[in-house]
Design a protein around this ligand. Structure first.
Ligand SMILES: Nc1ncnc2c1ncn2[C@@H]1O[C@H](COP(=O)(O)OP(=O)(O)OP(=O)(O)O)[C@@H](O)[C@H]1O
Ligand SMILES: C[C@@](O)(CCO)CC(=O)[O-]
Ligand SMILES: [Mg+2]
Length: 397
């Protein structure tokens, strides 16, 4: 581990099409957002692991020998290809003093951290004494992949601290990325963190957090999109809290209850993702308005489908109605049930029209912002390049 520690970051994501269907083996199209989660890891003292997670109100530390003893006692097989076992998660809850039924943001964040420490150290050697601080530009639990960005940062930092991946940052460089092989390892451990938080994730969110850009994801297969035009997207957070884990479980229940009704809907969502990919890859880099009607219609159809599978919410209906009154098309993004929606802005949508839509959305109590998509994936930063931000976060700890 570098003497002065390290700072890593990972982006959140927006799913254009395929949320939920992707959990059931269908394709999803996802893009990395220009909003990121950051993690600063420094050598710590006194044989302890210390974490500060201001986003979820956590400041905790544990003695390393206690965690090592638990690992020995459990003697579990911590391979990144195997889902975390219920027995190990129960034992970790007890170790951290988390009640068995707890599922709040703080408990899940602690559990993901401890599981990754335990499993990564079982495979690659002990995680040294460290102080970790995580902060984020992403809203937590709003559909923008905050859990995956957190898990990707943890995976990169812990693998680096154990010496399982290199330090790609050369003297004088501001940022660096890991090799393909190392990113594959980061992605597979981040998936384990997502499994702790989500229960049964597809892996699309951690794939975008790791690789960045724009990609098609299906059953663990990641394919960067050939060409993605510059898309203008308005993001709106309804601020209605929801849990991805609960929503994913609800969809599964509906499919089991009505397979003949729900499976065709998932097939149709899959076809929407295929169609959208073909349209995007055929569009020029700076598309003109005539390319948009199909993309808009696909948004509308998918939003209906997502309501059918039970992940809509009155706040999202409202968001769609408000933007429709400005001639704009929206759908939920991520797990739904509240959280965020995305609105497609056309190249000829005027700044005045965007402002008017934003005003009406804010009047509903929503928060909205235009954002970049296609951001880089997991990145190692020189701490000097982020000095002001890092110093601010560290001064709070
Ligand atoms: N900055 C953070 N620090 C610590 N934990 C975080 C942070 N961001 C997210 N988490 C963890 O992730 C959980 C939120 O995950 P959840 O999957 O429900 O929402 P999301 O990832 O924002 O949305 P989606 O999965 O729909 O894209 C939080 O409850 C918390 O446990
Ligand atoms: C709802 C879902 O499809 C996307 C959450 O961002 C869940 C997943 O893919 O793991
Ligand atoms: Mg999530």
């Amino acid at each position: 581990m570098a003497e002065r520690g390290l700072v890593v970051s990972a982006p959140g994501k927006v799913i254009l099409h395929g949320e939920h269907a992707v959990v059931h083996g269908k394709a999803a199209l996802a893009v990395a957002l220009g909003l990121r989660t950051f993690l600063c890891l420094r050598p710590g003292g006194e044989g302890r692991l210390r974490v500060r997670l201001p986003g979820v109100g956590v400041l905790r530390s544990w003695e390393r020998p206690g965690l090592s003893a638990l690992r020995e006692q459990l003697g579990a097989d911590f391979d990144e290809s195997k889902p975390p076992s219920a027995e190990v998660l129960e034992a970790l809850k007890e170790f951290a003093g988390i009640p068995a039924e707890a599922s709040g943001p703080d408990s899940l964040a602690i559990l993901a951290f401890l599981y990754m420490c335990l499993a990564i150290s079982a495979k690659y050697g002990d995680v040294p004494s460290v102080d970790i601080v995580v902060w984020s530009e992403l809203p937590t639990g709003a559909g923008l992949g905050s859990s995956a960005a957190y898990a990707v940062c943890l995976a990169a930092a812990l693998l680096h601290a154990c010496g399982a991946i290199s330090c790609p940052l050369k003297d004088g460089e501001i940022t660096a990325r890991w090799t393909e092989e190392e990113m594959t390892l980061i992605n597979s451990w981040a998936f384990q963190g997502e499994r702790v938080i989500h229960g049964n994730p597809s892996g699309v969110d951690n794939a975008v957090g790791t690789w960045g850009g724009a990609l098609r994801y299906q059953s663990g297969k990641i394919k960067a999109l050939k060409r993605v035009p510059t898309l203008r997207i308005l993001l709106t957070n309804t601020k209605v809290p929801r849990s991805t884990k609960v929503l994913v479980a609800g969809v599964k229940e509906k499919i089991l209850k009505f397979p003949a009704i729900m499976n065709p809907v998932l097939d149709s969502i899959d076809a929407i993702s295929q169609e959208c990919q073909s349209v995007l890859e055929a569009m020029p880099a700076n598309p003109s308005p005539e390319h948009y009607p199909v993309l808009e219609e696909l948004f509308d159809i998918n939003q209906h489908h997502l309501n059918v599978i039970g992940v809509g919410h009155p706040s999202l209906d409202r968001l769609c109605r408000v933007t429709a009154s400005h001639g704009l098309h929206s759908k939920l993004t991520g797990a739904g049930g509240g959280g965020c929606g995305i609105t497609l802005l056309r190249p000829d949508t005027t700044p005045q029209a965007v402002e008017a839509a934003k005003r009406d959305l804010c009047a509903c109590g929503f928060e909205c912002w235009e954002t970049d998509i296609g951001a880089p994936g997991v990145t190692l930063h020189s701490s000097s390049s982020l000095k002001a931000q890092v110093l601010h976060e560290l001064s709070e700890s």
